[in-house]
Each structure stands twice: as C-alpha cells, then as structure tokens.
Design a protein around this ligand. Structure first.
Ligand code: CMC
Length: 409
C-alpha cells in the first residue's frame, strides 16, 4: 500500500469537501459511511459520546415530557414550536385530511392476512405515490408543505390498517385527541382492549411518547436512503418506500421485532448467562444493544424504560422485562460490552411496551416507521430546499482488467 499525503481545507465543523480528494486523484473507501457526511442538516443534533439527542435544539427528555407527537412533527418541519393557533390548525390539517381510505384498503386487503405488515407499508407508500402525481414536482416548496399533513394522515391509516390486516381484524375509525390514540383506534382489535377504555387511554399516551422518541434521528440508514433516493429528484412517496425498506432490516428498525423474538427464545432467567456467552463468541447478536453513534446510554432508552413501567402498571407484569433487565445488568458489567461501548438502544425496551399494548412483534417496525415518517419528510424537504447533486458514490474497482470474450463462448 503506497502512502500519499493530500491537503484539504477543513471547516469549523471539522468537515472538508470530499470533491477536493477527487481533484487530487484519491477517494475515501467508506462503505458504512463512518466518516462521510452526506448532508448539512439543522434538524437533529446527536452527541453520541455524551448520550445527547436534541430536536431543533430542544433536549429529547424535555420534548418527551412536554410535547405531543404532532407538536414534535410541526417543530421538526418548521424549526420552531407552533404558536397556539397554528398548533390547532396543523392538528386539524392532519385529522381532517382527505385520505383515500378505500384505495388504502384495496392495497392492504390485496395481501394475504399473515403478510408481514412492513411489506404492506413499504409497497403502500409507493402505491400512494400513484395517487399524487403532483409530488413529482419535487422542487415545489408549497406542494411539499401542503402534502406534509396529508402524508401523516395517510401514514396513520396505512400503518394501522396494515397492522389490523396482519391480525386478521377489521380496522376501526379514527377517534381521540392525539395522533397515537387515533392510530390505536384504527388498529381495532389488533391491540389489547380487554382492560377497557381507561387502559387504551394509557396505551395511547405511551404510544404518543414512543412516537415522539422515534420521530427523527439524523442520518440513520433509513433517512440516508430517503435523501439518496430524493437526490435523484424522485417523488416523496417513492422515497418513503425506500426509506421504510432500509428501516425494515434487523440491524436498524427491525431490531425491535428481533429483540422480542430474542427474549422469547431465551425464555427464562436461567438461560440469560448462556445467551450472553453465545453473543461473546459472535454466534448471535444482543439485539437492542449497540449503536453506530451512541457510545453511551441511548437517551431514548432511558425515557422508554419509564414508559414500559407505566404500561406494565396497566397491562400487568411481563416476564420478558425481567429477562431484558437481567441481560442489561450482565452486559453493562461484562468487558465484552464495556470495552466496545455497547449500551441498550431505543429498540431494547420499546418492544416490551408495544407487546404490553397488545401489538404482535411483526408489527413493531411499522410503529417505528409511522413515527419516523416525520423525520424522513423533514429531511426530504431540507434536501429539496437547498442545492444538491445526485448522490452517486465512487467505487473502488477490484475486478478483472479488460479481456477478450472467446470467439466460441
Ligand atoms: N451484540 C453483540 N456484539 C455487538 C453488538 C451487539 N448488538 N453490536 C456491536 N457489537 C460488536 C461487533 O461485533 C463489533 O465487535 P468486534 O470489534 O469484535 O468485531 C463491535 O461490537 C463494534 O460493532 P460494529 O459492528 O462495528 O458497530 P456498528 O456501528 O457497525 O453497528 C449496530 C451498529 C447498531 C448495527 C450494531 O451495534 C448492532 O448490530 N446492534 C444490534 C442491532 C440493533 O439493536 N440495531 C438497532 C440500532 S438503534 C435503532 C436504529 O438504528 O434503528
């Protein structure tokens, strides 16, 4: 390997313009994009070493305690908290949006009952795009602003109906005073209603906090996909389909489902130590642990633990929580995890809350995607509002040199 020195100008954020490398005849090989920024963004700030997460400058802990999901959606989209009158009108714009529910139903019901609801959601976004040809005018800021509450309304119906379909139950009708509560109503009997209205009210408040915590998280794999697809001037619905597909993977948003399946497979406290040993030999992963950015406790996991306590107070104890807590206790003391700075992430405890509400594990990633749709749309809007070129990475070619095809191949 030859050593070469190149000089670049670094700005106040510690970033240099990658094009300068190319001009000097080198590229950086960075498959996981560890040190390649693909956006200048003003939406979400993370300090992974300190365990800090802020939306538009506001700490996530205060946001989770004081704001509802739609207030957060407004904040992320507009950069500021909504004044009282705009807060109401934004809410009404979402709740009263003209959603073509029949069309969504036709899409959802075209899938067999046991289909994975993420497959319904991903394809559903692309299908919705066919109903909105105006979304192809990607640079039209007024169009993007108009579609924002509509897409949130469509996402509520699409996500909840996908969940109801997976459970084989009839979807309900939107009622209630929060986005999350209305979502639960459309899920129908796919959630646990046996404990009565008051319990569903508690579940609605818990889900609202979970939606808030998942609304944005700067450039994760899904959001990077949203921006990369958008950079080809693709409409927002098709871009959402791509972002949701990236989220589906078990290393990303699919981890919440994987955590529940892992806890189920561990089965009892007696098997926890044995599972940790298998993790340490790289035979299995400890799902819900580790993060590309956080090398400290994920601040969202701290808030989620409180949500889990509240939900279980209503839904009754869940032995999976004991298993999760024991996994965490051992992992936080074990050198394998300590030396690699592996801590619980957002997905470690969220599944226990979702399960207590009555959701099937297969539906967990849909819940994540519904909330993250806000972040995806905000990043898309930020991209379209500025100067950009198509995201087209370089490759390092390692294949054969030119060679002739044999005459008698
Ligand atoms: N269990 C066991 N070992 C792990 C884990 C884990 N969950 N996470 C990382 N490691 C090990 C990894 O094997 C590597 O070990 P070694 O140095 O011996 O090769 C070391 O820790 C460094 O990990 P990495 O793979 O370089 O970390 P990364 O930044 O590329 O990956 C991650 C981040 C989130 C994909 C990874 O931690 C992981 O697979 N976690 C489990 C899946 C999960 O919970 N994903 C949800 C992430 S948070 C929400 C979201 O993004 O949607």
């Amino acid at each position: 390997m030859a050593k070469r020195t190149v000089e670049v100008d670094v700005d106040e954020h510690g970033a240099f313009n990658g094009a300068e490398l190319k001009q000097q005849g080198v590229v950086s090989y960075d498959q996981p994009l560890l040190s390649t920024a693909t956006a200048r963004s003003a939406i979400t700030y993370i300090d992974g070493d300190a365990g800090i997460l802020r939306y538009r400058g506001y700490p996530i802990e205060q946001i989770a305690e004081r704001l509802h999901f739609l207030q957060v959606a407004y904040l992320l989209a507009h950069g500021e908290l909504a004044p009282e009158d705009e807060r109401q009108s934004f809410r009404r714009a979402v709740y009263d949006a003209e959603v073509d529910v029949e069309r969504i139903d036709a899409h959802v019901n075209s899938f067999p009952v046991d289909s994975h609801p993420m497959a319904i959601l991903i394809s559903g976004y692309a299908a919705l795009g066919a109903s909105h040809p105006e979304a192809k005018h990607v640079k039209d800021a007024e169009m993007r602003k108009r579609l924002f509450p509509l897409v949130l309304a469509e996402t509520l119906e699409l996500g909840a109906r996908a969940i109801a379909r997976h459970a084989g139950v009839e979807p309900g009708r939107q009622t209630g005073d929060s986005y999350a509560r209305r979502f639960l109503e459309v899920c129908g009997d796919a959630i646990d209603r046996a404990r009565g209205e008051e319990a569903v009210e508690v579940f609605g408040r818990a889900l609202d906090v979970l939606f808030v915590l998942h609304a944005d998280h700067e450039l994760n794999a899904g959001t990077n996909a949203m921006r990369a697809i958008g950079s080809a001037e693709t409409d927002m619905y098709s871009s959402l389909a791509g972002a949701a597909a990236a989220l589906y993977g078990p290393l990303h948003g699919g981890a919440n489902e994987a955590v529940l399946r892992m806890l189920d497979s561990i089965g009892s406290l007696d098997n926890v130590a044995g599972y940790i040993e298998r993790v340490k030999t790289h035979e299995v992963l400890l799902y819900g642990f580790g993060h590309r950015v956080y090398k400290n406790y994920d601040p969202r996991a701290t808030v989620i633990k409180k949500v889990v306590d509240e939900v279980l107070e209503t839904a009754g104890a869940n032995p999976l929580l004991d298993i999760a807590q024991e996994l965490e206790r051992i992992a936080l003391e074990d050198d394998y995890f300590v030396s690699r700075k592996l801590y619980p992430n957002v997905d470690f405890y969220s599944g226990i809350a979702y399960r207590a509400i009555g959701f099937d594990p297969a539906t967990f990633t849909v819940l994540f995607a519904v909330a993250r749709t806000v972040g995806w749309l905000c990043h898309y809007d930020e991209l379209m509002s500025g100067e950009f070129k198509i995201t087209r990475p370089a490759q390092v070619y390692v294949g054969k040199g030119e060679r002739p095809v044999p005459k008698r191949a």
